[in-house]
Design a protein around this ligand. Structure first.
Ligand code: FES
Ligand SMILES: [Fe+2]
Length: 383
C-alpha cells in the first residue's frame, strides 16, 4: 500500500529538535488515520511479534489464530512436531479459514465452500475442481508466514523470508540467561487469560508501560505497593528493539502472603511484554486496532507446583495494575484531539525507556518515508 508522504504531516527537522529536548512525537500521531495506516505498514507488518504462549500450540494439531499488522494469521503444530504459520486466508476466495482456536486437527476446512488444507498448508480438497482446465491443487497452498518458538513464546512475522528472530533481536537469549528467565516451555502451565480493549492509541500504551514514574501515583494500591518502585531501586537495559526491567526483592515491603523474591521482565518491540515473577509468567500482547484503540491480552502462566491462592492474589495485583494503566491512557487519549495540544515533555531521568521507544518509532517513521520516496522515484510518481 502506498502512502502520501505529505498526508503524514511529519516535519522531521522539527521532531528532531523536539526529541533533543526530550519532547515527544507530534500530537496528531496519536489520532490520525494516515499515521496509523503508515505505522501498521512500517512497524507492525514485517516485524517479529508475539502471537501466543507455546502452551497454546503444544500438541500436534493445535491451531491458534490472531491478527498481526493488516493480516489474520494462524499457527499450527505439524505432525513433525514443528510449528507452521500461515495467512488465515483461504486460497479460494479469501475466507478466514480458522475462526476459533482449536486442537486435534489434521485438516483445516474452510467453512465457506469446503476447501481443505493439511497442517503443511497444502490444499487437499477443493470440491468440483477436478474437471477445471489448468486447476492444480498444488498451486493453491496456504500463504506461509515466518514462525519461531522460543522459551514460553511463539513469535510470528508476516514476511515469509524475514531475518530470523535471533538475528533481529540478538539479546533475546543472553538477556534471558542474565536475568534468569525460565526458557523451558514445559515449566509453566496456562492459567488465566484476560483482554483489555483499551481506547487509546497504541503509543500511549507504550509510553505508560516503559516508565515507572507513575508507579507511586497510579499504582499506589497495586504494583507500587507490591514492588520497591523508588527511583534507583530498579534497573533497566535498552538495546536494539528490546528493553528490560528488574525490580529488587520486596522482602522489606510486604508480608508473607505477597512477598515477591524475583522479578525480571523484558519487552520486544513492538508489542510483547514478558514478566517473570516468582512462580508466575505474565505474557502481554498489545495489538493496535485503530488510531485510538488497541487490545492488550495478558496470558498468566503458573508453575505447575505454584500455590494457587498466592498466584490468584498476584494475578489480581497485575490485572488491577493493567486496568489502571489502561484507564490513564484513555484519559490521555481524549485530550489528543485538541488542535491546541502541545507535544509531550518527557522527564529524562525517569522516562528514559519511554524516550528510547519513541526514538525507535521515529526511526521507523524515517525509514518508512525513505522507502516511500524510493518507491515514488521508481514509479515516476509526480512529487
Ligand atoms: S472461500 Fe474458502 S472454500 Fe471458498
Ligand atoms: Fe503502569
Amino acid at each position: 500500500m502506498s502512502h502520501d508522504i505529505d498526508a503524514l504531516n511529519l516535519d522531521f527537522d522539527q521532531i528532531d529538535q523536539d526529541f533533543a529536548q526530550f519532547r515527544g512525537l507530534p500530537i496528531h500521531t496519536y489520532t490520525d488515520q494516515n499515521i496509523y495506516d503508515f505505522e501498521i505498514d512500517t512497524i507492525f507488518e514485517g516485524s517479529w511479534q508475539f502471537l501466543c504462549p507455546v502452551a497454546k500450540v503444544a500438541n500436534i494439531g493445535d491451531i491458534y489464530e490472531g491478527r498481526i499488522g493488516r493480516s489474520n494469521v494462524f499457527v499450527t503444530r505439524h505432525q513433525d512436531g514443528e510449528l507452521r504459520g500461515f495467512l488465515n486466508f483461504c486460497r479460494h476466495r479469501g475466507f478466514k479459514l480458522v475462526e476459533n482456536n482449536t486442537s486435534g486437527q489434521k485438516l483445516i476446512r474452510c467453512r465457506y465452500h469446503a476447501w481443505a488444507y493439511d497442517l503443511n498448508g497444502e490444499l487437499r480438497a477443493a470440491p468440483d475442481t477436478q474437471d477445471q482446465p489448468g486447476f492444480q491443487k498444488c498451486d493453491h497452498g496456504l500463504i506461509p508466514i515466518s514462525v519461531t518458538e522460543w522459551g514460553p513464546i511463539v513469535m510470528v512475522n508476516t514476511d515469509p523470508n524475514a531475518r530470523s528472530l535471533f538475528e533481529e533481536h540478538p539479546q533475546i537469549k543472553s538477556w534471558a540467561e542474565k536475568n534468569g528467565i525460565q526458557t523451558d516451555p514445559n515449566h509453566y502451565e496456562e492459567y488465566v487469560e484476560k483482554t483489555i480493549r483499551q481506547k487509546s492509541n497504541w503509543k500511549l500504551w507504550y509510553d505508560n508501560g516503559t516508565e515507572c514514574y507513575h508507579c507511586n501515583t497510579i499504582h499506589s494500591a497495586s504494583f507500587g505497593e507490591a514492588f520497591d518502585v523508588r527511583e534507583g531501586n530498579y534497573s533497566f537495559e535498552l538495546e536494539g528493539g528490546m528493553t528490560s526491567y528488574s525490580f529488587a526483592s520486596t522482602e522489606q515491603l510486604l508480608g508473607d502472603e505477597l512477598r515477591s523474591l524475583t522479578y525480571a521482565s523484558y519487552q520486544i518491540f513492538p508489542g510483547l511484554q514478558l514478566i517473570q515473577q516468582d512462580d508466575l509468567m505474565v505474557l502481554g500482547r498489545m495489538t493496535p486496532t485503530g488510531p485510538d484503540s488497541c487490545d492488550v491480552t495478558v496470558f498468566y502462566m503458573k508453575e505447575k507446583t505454584a500455590d494457587q491462592a498466592r498466584v490468584d492474589c498476584w494475578i489480581d495485583v497485575w490485572h488491577q495494575t493493567f486496568e489502571e494503566d489502561g484507564e490513564v491512557a484513555e484519559v490521555q487519549q481524549a485530550n489528543m484531539t485538541s488542535p491546541h495540544a502541545k507535544v509531550f515533555q518527557y522527564v529524562a531521568s525517569r522516562e528514559e525507556p519511554t524516550i528510547f521507544i519513541n526514538r525507535l518509532i521515529l526511526q521507523a517513521y524515517k525509514d518508512g518515508v525513505a522507502k516511500r520516496v524510493i518507491k515514488r522515484e521508481q514509479t515516476h510518481e509526480p512529487a
